[in-house]
Ligand binder design. Structure first.
Ligand code: GDP
Ligand code: IMO
Ligand code: MG
Length: 427
């Protein structure tokens, strides 16, 4: 299997880190590649009971035999990159190699300043961003005033580009937000301070990955964020600023769509969301609190409590469609072991009309009321199960029912955070 995509099918935090780690260690994966987002991601990997979190780095960094790649579509904060690498080095982690695209855009400190002041300015309309400067860095990229990794190796060019980027930004900061202007020379100095350490890691990652695929090597693309946070296909404007869907892998890595063999959508057995925006199955009662508590639903990057709700099959079918999913990896089934009955959203009612597909407009989505079908719970701890047959009958029925209504087969099921706490439904 040369090219595999792993991505989020809901609003993020589905367990992409676990799925990536599982594939990276169970199959011979040569490269693990991030193609979008930045250190707004927080991916958890649990190896032999030891917990790790990756943000900007691909989770493959924990697989010594694999090379990790940060491709052109990622926005790279050099400060966050080295902080993360140093954190792993301090823990004595054995790491694989790391390659960073020369074309990836750089997040400088002014991007996170702008991210935070913009959010404050939006007040009750804020997006609830991670404050990492992701949106402003992508905005500069689209406005053609971005700084790219290769620019760090040419001081003259870097100075020109930082000045151009700050020209309009400083007017905005001083005149609209009443803030101090950012000093271009200080930004250049800070960015140059990372250049020597970064230089040996930098390459043409599109060339590297296409050559690898030509040689029949296996490449795993590790999605960040998720389908419903995609800037085009998510719940705009309550989204991130990149394409988190499968299509984003092609632009974000410079790899053509014909090269992709499997697209795996990671999906929780219930739903969560961090930050603002519509969420039809959100629960405001004890069930919501219990999902949050039992599922440990606290953000890995920001420590924010995640909003919780039941599984939404409309979202699942939408994710299957816009990503062309070949399969799902269903996580956190074990968390549902505390319920007698488990509701699943099978469709919506929007202004009195039953709807089975994602509505066309955001206004309709805001009005969507979930239509539930209820399944019998299994009321037991399934975290020790290792085969589908070992699951209680009710859990098997729940998984099969989700498969029937979600638009793609379920390849594997997670019954705990550990690598080994996984069972295969279909080979
Ligand atoms: P990601 O951003 O998609 O990689 O997901 P996060 O790491 O942000 O959040 C997923 C959380 O669920 C992490 O704490 C994982 O360790 C945990 N997790 C993943 N799969 C399972 C599972 O099957 N069962 C349980 N109980 N926890 C899981
Ligand atoms: P992983 O990869 C969950 C959310 C933020 C906010 C919105 C925009 O761990 O699944 P941004 O800082 O990207 O401009 O914020 O997107 N968000 C995530 N939510 N998991 C993530 O990553 C997220 N990355 C961004 O909470 O609502
Ligand atoms: Mg996460």
């Amino acid at each position: 299997m040369p090219a595999i995509v792993v991505l989020g099918a809901q609003w993020g935090d589905e367990g992409k880190g676990k799925a990536t780690d599982l594939l990276a260690t169970s199959e011979t994966i040569d490269f693990v590649v991030r193609t979008s987002g930045g250190h707004n991601a927080g991916h958890t990997i649990v190896i032999n009971g030891e917990k790790y979190a990756t943000h900007l780095l691909p989770s493959g960094i924990l697989t010594p035999g694999a090379t990790s790649v940060i491709a052109n579509g990622v926005v790279v904060s050099p400060e966050a990159l080295f902080r993360e690498l140093d954190g792993l080095l301090e823990r004595g982690v054995e790491m694989g190699g790391l390659v960073v695209s020369a074309n990836a855009h750089v997040i400088a400190s002014y991007h996170s300043t702008i991210d935070k002041v913009t959010e404050r300015f939006l007040g009750k309309n804020q997006i609830g961003t991670t404050g990492r400067g992701i949106g402003p860095a992508y905005a500069d990229k689209i406005n053609r005033v971005g700084i790219r990794v290769a620019d760090l190796f040419d001081e003259g060019i870097l100075q020109q580009k930082v000045e151009a980027a700050l020209d309009v930004r400083n007017h905005l900061l001083t005149k609209v937000y009443n803030r101090r202007a950012v000093d271009a020379d200080a930004v250049v100095e800070e960015l140059l301070s990372y250049a020597d350490r970064l230089r040996p890691m930098v390459a043409d990652t599109s060339l590297l990955l296409n050559k690898a695929l030509d040689e029949g090597r296996t490449v795993l693309f590790e999605g960040a964020q998720a389908t419903m946070l995609d800037v085009d296909h998510g719940t705009y404007p309550f989204v991130t600023s990149s394409n988190a869907i499968a299509g984003g892998v092609c632009t974000g890595a410079g790899v053509g769509p014909t090269r992709i063999d499997r697209v795996i959508g990671v999906i929780k057995a219930y739903s969560t969301r961090v930050g603002s925006g519509p969420f039809p199955t959100e629960l405001f009662d004890d069930d919501g609190l219990n999902l949050q508590k039992l599922g440990g639903e606290i953000g890995v990057s920001t420590g924010r409590t995640r909003r919780c709700g039941w599984y939404d099959a409309v979202v699942a079918r939408y994710a299957a469609r816009v990503n062309g999913l070949t399969e799902f990896f269903l996580t956190k089934l074990d968390i549902l072991g505390a319920w007698d009955e488990i509701p699943v959203c099978v469709g919506y009612e929007i202004d009195g009309t039953r709807v089975d597909e994602m509505p066309m407009t955001q206004t309709e989505f805001h009005h969507a009321k979930p239509v539930y079908e209820t399944f019998e719970g299994w009321n037991s701890d399934i975290s020790g199960c290792r085969t589908f047959a070992e699951l209680p009958k009710q859990a098997q029925t729940y998984v099969q029912a989700l498969e029937d209504i979600s638009g793609a087969r379920i390849w594997g099921v997670g019954v705990g955070p550990g690598r080994e706490q996984t069972l295969t439904v279909h080979d």
